[in-house]
Ligand binder design. Structure first.
Ligand SMILES: [Ca+2]
Length: 109
């Protein structure tokens, strides 16, 4: 588990270093991935999910946030959801609406 957290931390750090701090607008009516409800899916949303699922003190998700954060649609919120949000923000996957990705996506989770 510690190794998984370390790997994810490295992935997130590299992604941020690569300049993926790009804001991606959501389709109308879609809020999946927008964990802080500011109207856009950003790296900040992924970091909130990661910090909460890593058990960082003082960081937790409300039921509404958990619903928005479960972008793998498995009923659980974990680091994979954070990673999927990050992949979406960085353009590696084209949607958070359905698991499996679409043709042309670089990575399919
Ligand atoms: Ca957001």
């Amino acid at each position: 588990m510690k190794n998984a957290k370390r790997i994810l931390a490295v992935v997130l750090s590299l992604a941020i270093a690569a300049g993926v701090l790009v804001t991606t607008a959501l389709a109308a009516g879609t809020t999946m991935g927008d964990v802080d409800f500011d109207g856009t899916v950003t790296v900040e949303d992924a970091l909130i999910v990661l910090r909460a699922t890593a058990g960082e003190e003082g960081v937790s998700l409300t039921a509404e946030q958990r619903a928005a954060a479960d972008v793998t649609y498995d009923g659980h919120v974990n680091s994979v959801d954070a990673l999927r949000i990050l992949l979406y923000v960085s353009g590696q996957i084209s949607t958070l609406d359905a698991v499996g990705g679409e043709e042309g996506d670089d990575i399919i989770l």
